[in-house]
Design a protein around this ligand. Structure first.
Ligand code: NAD
Ligand code: ZN
Length: 359
């Protein structure tokens, strides 16, 4: 088993990565010295495969678990679902020391994390991420929340889990498209922080696409290390944490303009990162050969790298970018790559450069 520490003073926790961890859930929770009552929050897709194992493991360890099952997908990330969860927690009489287990992808992690952050002014929670995206990104760092009609993730909190258990076996049942989308975040870590990881991804891509357990273990651990390091230095997105948004300003706008649901998040940010790489070539001198390596790696990971937009859509894309949550003082600031493995942040980019990069 690989363990990655997240160092945040009294809010520190461990990320544990290995196959078969779901069976250990109960024992792992015992070490945290939590209350006896707990609730597993999951969705129907994940629940039918893994809820029983999670439930049994907790029960065998002496806990009294209950199960809360919500609909799968982004549509469940609402205050309405939050309300349903609160009501069920109250019925099961969860109290201050009780805890939640978020068993699922990023939707479940964000939703259950938000419920944990707010129920009784906060109860402990454990993340058991079951998508690649959730294992390398959303389960680490403590951002939790739900969507409003006006936009994604507009209500939320910074609330750290007590433990993250990445059971690599759960990735075996992940649909191909979801798996590829997760790879877009993995590649992002290479671009922003780690040229060796990027080169390893280029070399090991065929094995990675086959979900080779050894490669997966090393890769998930390395991504978690990078995210833990960044979050440890900037928990609440005051500065450095912004580098994790490489390709995201454009990616989020693509998601919005094309109608949520057309592109998965990972697909949209694959395009966003390629556009950001092209902008980086013009603005901060990222070598052309590296732009090409970046585009090639996304392509061979089965991800889109370009988007065709008409003039109306383009205008909408720019308007959406200006409304991104990360805009400060009305100006869009970009994270750009000087070379693979090294980015700088806070760049103002002229609209023409983005127009050109969009092709
Ligand atoms: N908090 C953060 O820092 C952060 C970071 C990135 C993304 N997010 C959020 O994460 C969400 C996206 O997460 P996601 O991509 O994991 O999507 P998701 O949670 O919707 O999961 C994708 C689909 O895969 C299914 N699934 C999950 N695990 C499975 C498994 N092991 N086998 C079979 N099917 C499985 C789910 O039921 C769902 O249908 C978005 O809401 C996004 O805003 C949060
Ligand atoms: Zn992302």
């Amino acid at each position: 088993m690989r363990t990655v520490p997240v160092s945040l003073g009294s809010r520190s926790y461990a990320i544990k990565i290995a196959p078969g961890l779901l069976e250990q859930l109960g024992c792992e929770c015992l070490r945290l010295k939590l209350g006896q009552r707990c609730a597993i929050v999951t969705d129907t897709n994940v629940g039918k495969r893994y809820a029983k194992a999670a439930f049994n493991s907790l029960a065998t360890a002496g806990f009294a678990p209950s199960l809360i099952i919500v609909q799968p997908g982004e549509a469940a990330k609402t205050l309405k679902t939050v309300q349903t969860c609160y009501d069920q927690l109250a019925v099961h009489r969860l109290e201050r020391k009780s805890f939640l287990v978020a068993l699922g992808g990023g939707v479940i992690g964000d939703l259950a994390g938000f419920v944990a952050a707010t129920y009784l002014r906060g109860i402990p929670f454990v993340q058991v991420p079951t998508t690649l995206l959730a294992q390398v990104d959303s389960s680490v760092g403590g951002k939790v929340g739900v969507n409003l009609k006006a936009g994604k993730n507009l209500v939320g909190a910074f609330y750290q889990p007590r433990l993250v258990l990445c059971d690599l076996d759960t990735l075996k049942t992940l649909p191909e498209r979801e798996y590829h989308a997760g790879l877009a975040e993995v590649i992002k870590y290479g671009i922003i922080c780690d040229a060796r990881l990027f080169a390893r991804l280029e070399r090991d891509e065929p094995r990675l696409l086959k979900r080779d357990p050894e490669i997966l273990a090393a890769m998930v651990a390395r991504c978690c290390e990078i995210k833990a390091e960044v979050v440890g230095r900037d928990e609440t997105e005051g500065g450095l944490r912004a580098i994790l948004n490489f390709g995201h300003t454009i990616g989020h706008a693509i998601e919005a303009v094309s109608g949520y649901g057309k592109y998965l998040h990972g697909e949209a940010i694959a395009i966003g990162q390629v556009v950001a790489a092209k902008v980086s070539r013009q603005a901060v001198g990222l070598p052309e050969a590296e732009v090409q390596r970046i585009e090639r790696l996304f392509q061979s990971a089965g991800l889109p790298t370009r988007i065709k937009l008409n003039s109306v859509q383009r205008r909408k894309l720019f308007a959406t970018m200006c409304m991104d949550k990360k805009v400060s003082d009305g100006e869009v600031r970009f994270v750009l790559a000087k070379e693979i493995g090294s980015v700088t942040r806070g760049h103002r980019v002229p609209a023409e450069l983005i127009q050109q990069a969009l092709g």
